[in-house]
Structures are given as structure tokens and as C-alpha cells.
Design a protein around this ligand. Structure first.
Ligand code: TRP
Length: 445
């Protein structure tokens, strides 16, 4: 099997982690929950929950060197074949990818728009975004098709020549663009206001909803709960320190999220705009601000949306790879056939997702008050991913030989670190995630 290089793994895992979750979602939920205090809660969730599960997935992948289904069977004390059902988690990847690809299509559209005339009022910006998602079905299908083809083309080439290579190109580019945008934000008077907003804790907006949003975000941003990290780690050479790599990835991911927040809030505050614009923040609030900056604004707009696209593409490939590996190994498929099968599934569901937002098909694609797009998001982010995380933790805590895990950990870290991680993985994290899940299901408030 073609394995990642050490640096290739870190880039690929960081490429998976850094995505729309960092540059689009993190800033807007931080805005909605009032800034600093939310950031602090989020950081705690990353360290004590996200990183713990990340290390868990990475350990399982590296130790088993197999697809998610076989990993669970192989690593269980009794080698019970029923553990293969834990492989269900990889399918969530196809449904996340379905709507993620649609959003990446919108971003592609905004890159193109950024070369020309940007909207000059909030009203106009809102209208053009709404027209795109509710009326322009053909255009959206075209954009979604382009993103789908790029994704398929990369994964067709495999882990080393496809995924590793694209990450080694796009991640440095993303880093350069973010650095450039940060440098520009630094020249604005509003930068200090942005710092204050992100780092001064105002606890008044922190309620249980904020805690759960922070926890959910920590999972999504680290690409946990669908077997991505397990699958990538299966291609991590045995001698490499999976704990150190996990730590690097968490640091890169968190840094990009914070930097994205600082940039976006500097831009918003420079224009006197509100920090709590919600999901429309990057598609509606930002374009108007870029417009006010003239040609420089166009350049910044192209750079910003390209950064989003690059971050998103490297995440997209990581959503499909776990299913591919499972199909290839367990169903003896060729990579080509696996890509054709999985590619068609996410492509078709992507079209269903975008149609469910359009004014013509909205009604027929809304079920129990939620449209197909939101259902795919809900069933994956709120149901499948937390369940998968709980299973992974309980599996490690109760069904895998503790000594075996300990041996591998202590090759890299002192036993005290292992002990802390073990208690977190066995008891604390599953408990926290069960609470999250019950809340998402509306069982507890
Ligand atoms: N982490 C990515 C983001 O922040 C999204 C992502 C990629 C993902 N792979 C994943 C989320 C696997 C959940 C599971 O945008």
C-alpha cells in the first residue's frame, strides 16, 4: 500500500480539518455567541474532547492499517465480526459531501463574481445570494458538477498521488492567502476591536446552547465521527508519532479558525457591520464590504473566496476516502469502481440538496418541516457523527486490550499522558457527547 510521508499525513489531515467549518462557520457562530467567552469554551472543547477523539481515531487507524469496518474487528479483544457494523459511520461522509459540494459551488460562483461587480448594498447582496440559491438551479448544478469532478479526479489517483499531492499544493497556498489577508486586516483600525471581540470574555451569552454549539463545532472542524482520521492514519507509517501529528493538526486547525475570525471581524467592524450576521456572513455581509474597497476589494474578495475553495476541496476529498477504502478492501472493488459508485451517490444527493432550497422544488423536498439539505446536515452532524464518536470511545475504553493501547502510547509519550487520555476517552468524552446527542434530538434541553 502507498503510504503518506510524515509531512504528507500532517498536511492531508490538516487539509481535511481546515475547511468551511473554520473560515465560514467558526466566525459566524462566534459572532452569534458574542465572541471571547465562546472562543474560550471552544478551545476547551478542542483540547479535552476533540483532540482526545482525534488521537483515538488516529491510534485505531495506525494500529490496524485497515478500513474502518476491519479496524473495529481487528482491534477488538475478541475479534468479533459484528464490529464490522461500526463501519456505518463512513457513509455519513457521502451525505456531508453532497451538501458541502453544493456550498463549494456557491463559493466558486463568488470567486467568479469577485472579478467583476460586487453588490453595493446589503439589500442587493442579500438578493443576489437568495436568487442564486432559490432560482438559479442550472448554474448551481453546473458548479456542483465542477466541484464533484475535481474531487473525483483527486481521489481517483489514490492516497499518495492524489490526496497527498493536492494537499501539499493547496495547503501552503491557503496559508499564504490567509497570511496576506491577516496582514491587510492588521492595517485596519478595526483590528484592535476585532482582537477585543475575540478575546474579551463576555459570559452573558454563554448558555447550554453555546456549549453544545462549541462541542459540535469541535467535532466537525477536526473531521471526527466519519472515520476520516482513522482512514488517513491507516496510511500513516508505523514509525511515526501519531500523538504528535494529532497535536500539530489540532494546532493548525485552531490557528486557521482564529485567524479567519480575526480577519472577518476586522473587515466587518471596519464597515461598521454587525458581528452576528449568521450563515449569510461571508456570502452577504463581506461582498458589500469588499465592494467599498474598490479594485483592492476585488483582489481581496478573489483571494478570500479562493482560500475558502482550497480549504473546502482538501476537506471534500477526505469525506469520500473512508468509503472508498472500505469498498476497495471489503468489497474487493477497484478504486475506479468505488469512485464511480460513491461519486454518483454524493453527486445525486447534492442535486437533491440544492433543489430542496429552490423555490420550485422546495415544497416537494421538505419533510417534517426540514428540507433535504438540512436533513443531510442534521442526520450527519447531529446524529451519525456523535453516535460514531461515542462508539469509538466506548470501543477503546471497554473492548480493546488496554495494555496493547498503552504500549503504543508509551512509545511516544509518558505513561501519565496515556492515563489522562484513557480516562477522558473511556468516561468523560462519551458522557459529554451523549448529552450533546440527546440535546440535538430534543430529548433534553
Ligand atoms: N473539518 C472540515 C471543516 O471544518 C469538514 C470535514 C472534512 C469533515 N472531513 C470531515 C467533517 C469529516 C466531518 C467529518 O470544514
Amino acid at each position: 500500500m502507498n503510504k503518506f510521508s510524515r509531512i504528507g499525513f500532517i498536511f492531508a489531515a490538516a487539509g481535511s480539518a481546515v475547511g468551511l467549518g473554520n473560515i465560514w462557520k467558526f466566525p459566524y457562530i462566534t459572532g452569534e455567541y458574542g465572541g471571547g467567552a465562546f472562543v474560550l469554551v471552544y478551545l476547551l472543547c478542542i483540547v479535552f474532547i476533540g483532540l482526545v477523539v482525534f488521537i483515538a481515531e488516529s491510534y485505531l487507524g495506525q494500529a490496524s492499517e485497515a478500513n474502518v469496518s476491519s479496524t473495529f474487528i481487528k482491534m477488538s479483544k475478541t475479534k468479533n465480526p459484528n464490529w464490522k457494523y461500526a463501519g456505518f459511520m463512513v457513509f455519513a461522509g457521502l451525505f456531508i459531501l453532497a451538501f458541502y459540494s453544493v456550498v463549494l459551488g456557491w463559493i466558486l460562483n463568488y470567486i467568479i463574481v469577485s472579478f467583476g461587480n460586487l453588490p453595493n448594498s446589503a439589500q442587493e447582496a442579500g438578493n443576489s445570494f437568495n436568487t442564486l440559491i432559490s432560482e438559479k438551479i442550472g448554474l448551481q448544478i453546473l458548479l456542483h458538477s465542477i466541484v464533484a469532478l475535481i474531487t473525483i479526479f483527486i481521489v481517483l489517483k489514490g492516497v499518495k498521488d492524489g490526496i497527498e499531492k493536492i494537499n501539499l499544493i493547496l495547503m501552503p497556498l491557503l496559508g499564504i492567502i490567509m497570511f496576506g489577508l491577516l496582514a491587510y486586516a492588521l492595517t485596519l483600525d478595526s483590528f484592535s476591536k476585532s482582537i477585543e471581540f475575540m478575546f474579551r470574555a463576555d459570559w452573558s451569552k454563554i448558555d447550554e446552547n453555546a456549549l453544545l454549539a462549541a462541542l459540535g463545532q469541535a467535532f466537525f472542524t477536526l473531521s471526527l465521527g466519519i472515520g476520516t482520521i482513522m482512514t488517513y492514519s491507516a496510511s500513516l507509517p508505523q514509525k511515526n508519532n501519531f500523538i504528535k501529528s494529532s497535536l500539530y493538526v489540532a494546532i493548525v486547525d485552531t490557528t486557521i479558525a482564529i485567524v479567519a475570525g480575526l480577519i472577518i471581524f476586522s473587515f466587518l467592524f471596519a464597515a461598521g457591520a454587525k458581528s452576528s450576521a449568521g450563515p449569510g456572513l461571508v456570502f452577504i455581509s463581506l461582498p458589500v464590504i469588499f465592494e467599498q474597497w474598490g479594485t483592492l476589494g476585488n483582489i481581496i474578495a478573489v483571494a478570500f473566496f479562493s482560500a475558502l475553495l482550497f480549504a473546502g476541496i482538501t476537506s471534500a476529498v477526505s469525506m469520500i476516502e473512508p468509503v472508498l477504502m472500505l469498498f476497495i478492501e471489503r468489497f474487493n472493488m477497484t478504486r475506479k469502481k468505488a469512485v464511480a459508485t460513491c461519486g454518483s451517490i454524493f453527486y445525486i444527493f447534492g442535486i437533491i440538496a440544492l433543489l430542496s432550497l429552490s423555490s420550485s422544488y422546495k415544497e416537494s423536498l421538505t419533510f417534517f418541516g426540514k428540507n433535504a439539505f438540512d436533513w443531510m446536515d442534521f442526520l450527519t452532524s447531529s446524529i451519525s457523527m456523535p453516535i460514531a464518536a461515542i462508539i469509538t470511545c466506548i470501543f477503546l475504553g471497554f473492548f480493546v486490550d488496554k495494555e496493547k493501547i498503552k504500549n503504543k502510547f508509551t512509545q511516544h509519550v509518558p505513561v501519565a499522558i496515556f492515563n489522562i487520555w484513557y480516562v477522558l476517552v473511556k468516561y468523560i468524552v462519551p458522557l459529554a457527547v451523549i448529552i450533546l446527542l440527546l440535546n440535538k434530538l430534543g430529548i433534553i434541553k
